[in-house]
Design a protein around this ligand. Sequence first.
Ligand code: SF4
Length: 312
Amino acid sequence: MGTLDGAYSLVLMSTAKLICARDPYGFRPLCYGKTPDGAYIVASESCALAAVGACFIRDVMPGEVLIFSRDGVVSRRERCGTRPKKLCVFEYIYFARPDSVIDGRSVHAARIDAGRILSETHPVTADLVIGVPDSGLDAALGYSRASGIPYDIGLIKNKYIGRTFISPDGRADQVNIKLSAVEEVVRGKRIVLIDDSIVRGTTSGRIVSLLKRAGAREIHFRVSAPPFLYPCFYGTDVDSRENLIAVRHTPAEIARMIGADSLGFFPTERLNELTGDRRFCRACFDGRYPTKTPEDTRKNRFETKLSERKEE
Ligand code: SF4
């Protein structure tokens, strides 16, 4: 841990011991719990503990090493406090499941707050608020509650996502229609549409046209994250700058490009209201990286990019 500089969580296991460690910045969440029959469980997200009937004990502290054995649990804290805490704020916006609690803050509550803040900073007159499943739904509910505009389910996630079919001429065609619009809900309506991010803009444009084809009258796109302006080097796939639409275009231009009637992003300066703690990483939004970054800042082109994954 004295050698590695960056984001990691480790779990090591032998027949006698279970050892876990969280990097000193605490970029990624890590917690542990115990099952009723006394087994210890370590997981990135607290929702995984509930899934196996374990109760949550606590988060592993940034820089902490925990050693579990028959003799109990030993906490080693020599590395705690050697780096400033920098939990990834995007865990609250997109990565984590809403039923998780990270460093004492509920992900669901953080997303509800994101929606409320969006309604304060980007209000609009509309008939309906809908969210893009899954991580846009909680923020949509928050926008609806704060603005008084009714919430509804206007988009349904297609069950057959990412399946590849071989067409008669032998080509493999990717089924890329991930969402369907609920026509009865959206027809003739002025809609506030909430999504968690815009990367290249391609997916956002498809969703807007899907809703317009289903009869939506206006689409006011609201994003529960600030614009992506820089790549991420801490294990997530936020893309190279050349692929980030917000690097070269203003919100008004992006709105035109994706076919929306208006567009509003979450304000970067209010991100601390999502985490309940000022010590977090937001480098993909403001370029202030907590560690040294590679000189060649192009991301590996063979990685699955967030934008591509969202489009599957
Ligand atoms: S750069 Fe962005 S995605 Fe990467 S760890 Fe920081 S906040 Fe998270």
